[in-house]
Ligand binder design. Structure first.
Ligand SMILES: NC(=O)c1ccc[n+]([C@@H]2O[C@H](COP(=O)([O-])OP(=O)(O)OC[C@H]3O[C@@H](n4cnc5c(N)ncnc54)[C@H](O)[C@@H]3O)[C@@H](O)[C@H]2O)c1
Length: 444
């Protein structure tokens, strides 16, 4: 069955979650455009989730996003609606497109909705038992020709395939957050995979405007394989520095260096807060279960969670407190587990002392934002890191140690066979984590 035929009946399980809603949006729009071009066809997108509230929110989200897409693609809509004499104004076409998107969508809480689906996307919680249970039920409910794409970011696909009896019909299709925006899809092809499914996965990526990076089927794949080790290095640095400078000062310093000295979009603790401290712990535990890696563990992460400090996002996308408390999206205080409270940054007090301790930034004209679109980025990065290399400030020392650990984590992924080539790790970090440069480089 061709991709265009499979798109006639698609289901998303876990559709109301962060990833599920983005995947649902991508598919809903694809299907609406396909239906407009193939007026005789019947198109169904079944969006399944256990949360009623989540499904209502999802419908609102789809409507709002479809409106934005329609406004951006008004010329395409003018062509598609050329035969519709009743649609004259742009606003009428926009409203009609939103209607078209919603027309093919049906929502529900039971997996039976996926019965006739030719293609099922799964984006439920990252738990082995839950995903296996879902896939076993889907194996019963769906036809023999249905293909399954899981968004797991850590669980080996061979394991899921074997446990659920879906060998040959399932692969890892790991979108990045948010799926509608991020260009990267990490593709994990298990040992027994139908060549038709592999071909379809590649064709789908082209259709959705995504870049595929292949990863081998080892827990955590490339993205989390690197992120978990990168995060644990940051935590290790805090533990190393805390005795001398204090815990909150160490968290502030390591976060600042990992953002501003390494020219990344976020510091490491802000990133862990963004993903969720609970999700970070969950991924570590999933990885430990599937690969011999006892070092993928952190007492500090366990302690934060025992104290109820979780990070993550609210349903409206606002950042919840984690390592940091946030105001207008910016860290303003650090959680101190000993005192069980947040310690506010004092710009004239301890925060200034941290700055003094780190020493001057190597070049304040260089930032992630400034270099993002700079055509001369490579040369500027080279010159910048040569200053980092030569400086003896604590900030530059921490930056060099961080870059070396990040590179070691990346090289380990290649050595373990998770990534085939260094370039693949670099692509995941630049495309999926928006880094300016890959960890395997010759800057330092
Ligand atoms: N959040 C990220 O940044 C990110 C990035 C890449 C991949 N992932 C992966 O995507 C998947 C989903 O993550 P998320 O962050 O969107 O999680 P989430 O918690 O936001 O969403 C999970 C959704 O699954 C639903 N769900 C739970 N049990 C279900 C069931 N039995 N049937 C149907 N729906 C069920 C929940 O109600 C929820 O809406 C995970 O495998 C995760 O590892 C997440």
């Amino acid at each position: 069955m061709e991709l265009s035929e499979r798109l006639r009946n698609v289901a998303v399980v876990g559709a109301a979650g962060k990833m599920g809603s983005g995947i649902s949006l991508l598919l809903a729009e694809q299907i609406a455009f396909a239906a407009l071009e193939d007026k005789a066809g019947t198109y169904v997108l079944s969006l399944i989730d256990i949360s009623d509230e989540g499904l209502l929110g999802l419908l609102r989200y789809l409507r709002a996003q479809a409106l934005k897409t329609a406004e951006k693609q008004i010329n395409r809509l003018r062509r598609l609606y050329a035969d519709r004499a009743d649609l004259v104004e742009n606003g009428e076409m926009v409203a009609e497109f939103v209607h078209e998107v919603m027309l093919h969508v049906r929502t529900g809480k039971t997996l039976d909705l996926a019965k006739d689906a030719h293609l099922v996307f799964e984006a439920a919680f990252e738990k082995d038992e839950l995903k296996i249970d879902i896939f076993r039920k889907l194996a019963d409910v769906c036809g023999q020709s249905t293909f399954f794409l899981t968004n797991t970011s850590a669980i080996p696909i061979n394991f899921l395939a074997k446990e659920s009896g879906l060998e040959g019909r399932i692969l890892g299709y790991h979108f990045y957050n948010p799926p509608a925006v991020q260009k990267l899809v990490e593709l994990i092809t298990p040992t027994q995979c139908s060549p038709r499914l592999s071909a379809l996965a590649a064709e789908l990526a082209t259709r959705l405007g995504k870049t595929i990076v292949p990863a081998h089927d080892i827990a955590g794949f490339i993205g989390n394989g690197h992120f978990m080790r990168d995060g644990l290095h940051g935590i290790g640095e805090v533990e190393r520095l805390s005795g001398d400078v204090g815990f909150v000062q160490a968290v502030w310093a390591v976060d600042r260096v990992s953002r501003d000295w390494l020219l990344r979009p976020m510091g490491i603790f802000q990133l862990i807060d963004y993903v969720g401290i609970d999700v970070f712990q969950l991924i570590l535990s999933v990885m430990r279960r599937h690969i011999p890696a006892p070092e993928l563990h952190s007492d500090l992460i366990d302690l934060y969670l025992e104290l109820g400090v979780k990070g993550g996002q609210t349903s409206s996308g606002a950042q919840k407190d984690g390592f940091f408390r946030y105001e207008k999206g910016k860290p303003v205080a650090v959680y101190d587990p000993d005192r069980r409270q947040y310690v506010a940054c004092e710009p004239e007090g301890w925060c200034a002392q941290v700055e003094a301790m780190l020493g001057a930034h190597p070049d304040t004209t260089m930032s992630w934002k400034a270099l993002g679109r700079d055509r001369d980025k490579d040369a500027k990065l080279r010159a910048y890191f040569s200053r980092v290399k030569q400086s003896d400030t604590l900030g530059c020392d921490l930056a060099r140690r961080y870059a070396a650990a990040s590179r070691a984590a990346a090289e380990r992924l290649v050595a373990m066979g998770v990534a085939t080539r260094p370039e693949d790790v670099n692509s995941v970090l630049t495309l999926g984590f928006f880094h300016l440069y890959g960890p395997i480089n010759d800057y330092l």
